[in-house]
Write a protein that binds this ligand. Structure first.
Ligand SMILES: [Zn+2]
Length: 135
């Protein structure tokens, strides 16, 4: 899954450098509902993402916005210095804290993926605090 590096400063009131993709998500879902965008164009999660969503994710508190099933999962990846190019999958808060204490410049990407219909969307990108803040 190609991730877009955020260039926008993010919404006011959010952490500095964080980018919220919920508006883009909502717009895309409206296009699917209106028929402007075909469902096959948005329900295209790659096999690897689905595998991660099945085994290393959190169950979403809401049903899938496309198929309505309770098969929606929240997956978190951390990218940045001294991490694999494909990022590191994070499944617990403790793991996230540990990665946040690493070198500065790491970012956490939160993605939702549906095990049922393969819907997937980037939710937000948040810079991690870095070594000084995570004491
Ligand atoms: Zn679905």
């Amino acid at each position: 899954m190609p991730f877009i590096q955020p260039s926008a400063p993010g919404r006011p009131g959010t952490a500095p450098g964080s980018v919220d993709y919920r508006f883009a998500r909502r717009k895309l879902l409206q296009q699917v509902r209106s028929g402007e965008t075909d469902r096959s164009e948005v329900c295209d999660a790659q096999r690897e993402l689905l595998r991660i969503a099945e085994h290393c994710s959190q169950r979403a508190t809401t049903p899938c916005p496309v198929c309505g099933e309770s098969t929606l999962r929240i997956v978190r990846f951390v990218f940045g210095p001294r991490l694999p190019s494909g990022g590191r999958v994070v499944s617990t808060r403790a793991e996230l804290r540990k990665l946040a204490a690493g070198p500065a410049g790491r970012r956490c990407y939160t993605v939702e993926a549906c095990l049922g219909c393969r819907w997937n969307h980037l939710i937000e990108v948040v810079p991690l605090a870095g070594p000084r803040a995570a004491t």
